[in-house]
Design a binder for this molecule. Structure first.
Ligand SMILES: CC(C)(COP(=O)(O)OP(=O)(O)OC[C@H]1O[C@@H](n2cnc3c(N)ncnc32)[C@H](O)[C@@H]1OP(=O)(O)O)[C@@H](O)C(=O)NCCC(=O)NCCS
Length: 133
């Protein structure tokens, strides 16, 4: 299957990202079109995956391009999961940020073993000031 990856797409429609999140089952009430759009504008890197001009994978991260990068969102269309697309999206984020950057993520419960499988280490020396909404 020919999957095209685009790094930092210039014409990505937040509605398409919204629909992908819906299909992937990660559409919480706080994931509105406006908030997705703001997240896209504030990202250091966005990687998208396409099949037949359909958005089937998305990930974005924030970063200082020096020490840290933080994956904000990651989703692969359920019809395309289990084919290495999630791994490729994260790998392209890592390549774009460079090898001086540690990549972090606040994982959903179901994705923890995915991150372990692609090389992320459990790391307990971390503090979070949670958002309120
Ligand atoms: C998590 C997600 C992005 C994984 O994408 P994917 O394209 O299916 O993953 P890949 O095919 O690249 O898998 C890479 C490796 O992770 C493993 N893996 C994938 N999902 C896994 C899971 N849920 N549990 C355990 N291992 C998993 C695969 O077996 C593979 O390991 P291998 O290379 O040793 O065979 C995808 O399942 C998804 O979009 N889920 C819903 C949204 C979500 O939870 N996002 C994360 C928010 S933090």
């Amino acid at each position: 299957m020919n999957i095209d990856y685009v790094i930092n797409p210039t014409d990505l429609d937040p509605h398409d990202v919204f629909e992908l999140f819906q299909r992937a089952g990660i559409l919480k009430p706080n994931k509105t079109i406006g908030r997705i759009s703001r997240s896209m504008k504030g990202s250091a890197v966005i990687v998208t995956a396409w099949h037949n001009n359909r958005l089937i994978g998305y990930s974005n991260a924030i970063s200082d391009f020096s020490w840290v990068g933080h994956i904000s969102q990651l989703a692969v269309d359920p019809e395309y999961q289990g084919q290495g697309i999630g791994r490729n999206l994260v790998e392209k984020i890592k390549q774009t940020l460079g090898d001086e950057v540690s990549l972090m993520v606040h994982s959903s419960e179901v994705a923890k073993d995915f991150y372990r499988a692609i090389g992320f280490k459990d790391y307990h020396d971390m503090f979070v000031l949670p958002r309120s909404r």
